[in-house]
Structures are given as structure tokens and as C-alpha cells.
Write a protein that binds this ligand. Structure first.
Ligand code: ZN
Length: 60
């Protein structure tokens, strides 16, 4: 019997305080090693969010 929980928790324990959040669905896309807690906004790879991003770009 193998236990993979250790791997999962090791990833969470990295001290990346900056988080990248999708503007559309608020999914955390990734983390950044920043000095203090910071939020960055971007777009995730979901088709629905990319469509919205495209629509906004076309309005410019
Ligand atoms: Zn999204």
C-alpha cells in the first residue's frame, strides 16, 4: 500500500505568498514567491474564461 499524501502537502508548504487569480472565475492559477501576501489577476485556461478575455480585447 503506497501513501502519496506526503507529496501533496510538500507542494502546499512552499512559501509563495503571491497568488495569481483568474479575473473571471477566481480560480487560483498559480503562486509566486513574493515578499508578503499579494494578489495578481490573470486568466486561467478554461475555454469560458478565454472567450471572455477575447471579448474584452475586441472592445479596445
Ligand atoms: Zn477562469
Amino acid at each position: 500500500m503506497s501513501n502519496t499524501n506526503g507529496v501533496k502537502y510538500a507542494a502546499i508548504q512552499r512559501h509563495d505568498l503571491g497568488v495569481i487569480i483568474c479575473k473571471e472565475c477566481n480560480t487560483v492559477i498559480g503562486t509566486l514567491p513574493t515578499n508578503g501576501y499579494k494578489k495578481f489577476y490573470g486568466h486561467c485556461n478554461s475555454a469560458a474564461c478565454l472567450e471572455k478575455k477575447k471579448a474584452v480585447d475586441n472592445q479596445k
